[in-house]
Design a protein around this ligand. Structure first.
Ligand code: SF4
Ligand code: SF4
Length: 376
C-alpha cells in the first residue's frame, strides 16, 4: 500500500512556513507542533519517507484529531490541501491496520446499524412525510434525527406551511460521509450506492438536507463515486431563501435578539454560503448580527468525530467557541448545522446564551411554533 501521487504532491508543496499554525484550533488547545497543520503534514511526509517505524498511537492521534475544518487552508500561501491529505493519510492508516478501536467502532456502527452511534432504529426520529415515491426527498441526517429533532421539525413545518412538495424515507440510513473521512472509502462507496439505489427506486430528482455534511457528500462525493449520478443536492438555506423570494415564507414576527452565526465547516470556508446564511438571518425582523473576526468561521469543535475520538479536546474547543460568542455581545448563536447546534447547546448550558438552528429562527418569525431563544 502506498500514498497516491496527489498526497506526495501536497506534502511537497508545503514549504514548512508555518503561516497555518495559528489558524488551527487543535493547536490552540494542545500547544505543540505535532497538533498543528504543519506538524501533521510533516508527519505524513515522514511516513512516506519511511522515517517512522511502526505507526504509534500518538501518530495516529495527530492525524485523527484534525477537525477537517479547512481553516488552515485559507492561510496557506502554497495552497496545500490539508483536509484531503489528512483524509488520504487516514485511508492508509485504516488499510495498514493502525486505526484506533474508537475509529473502528464508528465505522462498524454505521455498517451494522445505519448510524454512527450504533443506536437502534426505534430511537431515531423517522420524519413526518412518508411516501413510497416522490421527486424531492428531505434527507434528515443522523445527527439531526438523533440530537436536534426540534430544528428538524421546524424545517418540516416550514416546508409544509409553504406547501412545498417533499417526502421522507422513514428508514433513512447514514449518508456515508463519516466513513469516507475516517478512512473507509470502500465502505462509504457501498453506502453511497445503497442510498442512490433507494433514491432511484423512489423516483428522486432532488435531495434537500439541513445537514452540511450530508449536503457536501451528496453534492460532491456521490457524483464522484457513482457513474451517472444525477440527483440535485441542495442545502436547506438555498431552499428557504428561494421560498422567501417567492413570498411563500414571510418572516414578519420580530425576533428581538443580538445573534452571532456559527459557520459550518462543511459548507466551506469563504464560500457563498457564509454570505447566504447571513443574508437569511438579516431577513428576520428585529435580529441584529454581532460578530468579529474571532467569532466567525471557526469549527464548533465537533468536526471529524472529535466528540467520540478526543472528548477532552472537543470540550475545550466548544467552550472557547461559546466564550467567543459571548464576548461579542451575542444573546444567541444561530447555525445551519445539526452538529454545531448540538455541540454549542451542550457547551452553553448554564450560560446566558441561547443556541438554535436557522429553521427554528425562521419558524418563529413566520409565526410557527419554535424553540428559538428559550433563554431570552
Ligand atoms: S483542517 Fe482544521 S484542525 Fe485540521 S490542521 Fe487544518 S486548521 Fe487544524
Ligand atoms: S501554511 Fe501551507 S505551506 Fe506553510 S506550513 Fe502550513 S501547510 Fe505548509
Amino acid at each position: 500500500m502506498s500514498f497516491s501521487e496527489e498526497v506526495y504532491r501536497q506534502v511537497s508543496l508545503c514549504s514548512r512556513c508555518g503561516y497555518c499554525r495559528n489558524a488551527c484550533q487543535t493547536s490552540e488547545v494542545r500547544l505543540s507542533e505535532s497538533w498543528n497543520p504543519r506538524g501533521r503534514i510533516i508527519l505524513v511526509a515522514d511516513y512516506i519517507d519511511k522515517l517512522l517505524g511502526d505507526v504509534s498511537e500518538d501518530y495516529s492521534d495527530r492525524i485523527y484529531s484534525c477537525l477537517l475544518c479547512g481553516r488552515c487552508e485559507s492561510y496557506c500561501p502554497s495552497h496545500v490541501q490539508v483536509v484531503e491529505t489528512m483524509e488520504k493519510a487516514r485511508e492508509i492508516l485504516v488499510k495498514e491496520g493502525f486505526a484506533s478501536e474508537k475509529v473502528k467502532s464508528i465505522s462498524e456502527n454505521i455498517i451494522g446499524t445505519g448510524n454512527p452511534e450504533g443506536l437502534p432504529r426505534k430511537r431515531i426520529y423517522r420524519g413526518v412525510n412518508h411516501a413510497a415515491r416522490g421527486k424531492t426527498l428531505l434527507f434528515r441526517g443522523c445527527t439531526a434525527s438523533l440530537h436536534t429533532v426540534d430544528d428538524l421539525r421546524a424545517a418540516e413545518m416550514l416546508l409544509r406551511s409553504a406547501e412545498y412538495p417533499f417526502f421522507e424515507f422513514p428508514d433513512e440510513i447514514c449518508c456515508g460521509y463519516p466513513l469516507e473521512v475516517l478512512g473507509y472509502e470502500a465502505d462509504a462507496s457501498r453506502i453511497y450506492s445503497r442510498n442512490h439505489q433507494k433514491m432511484m427506486e423512489a423516483g428522486v430528482k432532488k435531495v434537500v438536507t439541513a445537514c452540511p455534511y450530508c449536503y457536501r457528500v451528496l453534492h460532491e462525493r456521490y457524483p464522484r463515486h457513482i457513474d451517472g449520478f444525477e440527483v440535485e443536492a441542495l442545502h436547506i438555506i438555498d431552499l428557504f431563501n428561494e421560498l422567501m423570494d417567492e413570498g411563500k415564507l414571510t418572516p414578519i414576527m420580530s425576533v428581538d435578539l443580538k445573534v452571532s452565526y456559527q459557520d459550518p465547516c462543511a459548507l466551506g470556508r469563504g464560500s457563498l454560503y457564509q454570505e447566504l446564511a447571513r443574508h437569511f438571518i438579516e431577513r428576520v425582523p428585529g435580529v441584529r448580527l454581532m460578530e468579529n473576526e474571532d467569532s466567525k468561521s471557526k469549527c464548533c469543535g465537533a468536526g471529524s468525530y472529535l466528540p467520540h475520538l478526543f472528548p477532552k479536546i472537543y470540550q475545550e474547543i466548544r467552550t472557547k467557541r461559546v466564550e467567543e460568542f459571548i464576548s461579542v455581545g451575542a444573546q444567541a448563536v444561530i447555525t445551519s448545522c445539526p452538529t454545531c447546534l448540538y455541540t454549542l447547546r451542550e457547551a452553553s448550558k448554564n450560560k446566558l446564551i441561547a443556541v438554535d438552528g436557522l429553521s427554528s429562527l425562521l419558524a418563529i418569525s413566520v409565526g410557527l411554533d419554535s424553540s428559538v431563544s428559550k433563554k431570552n
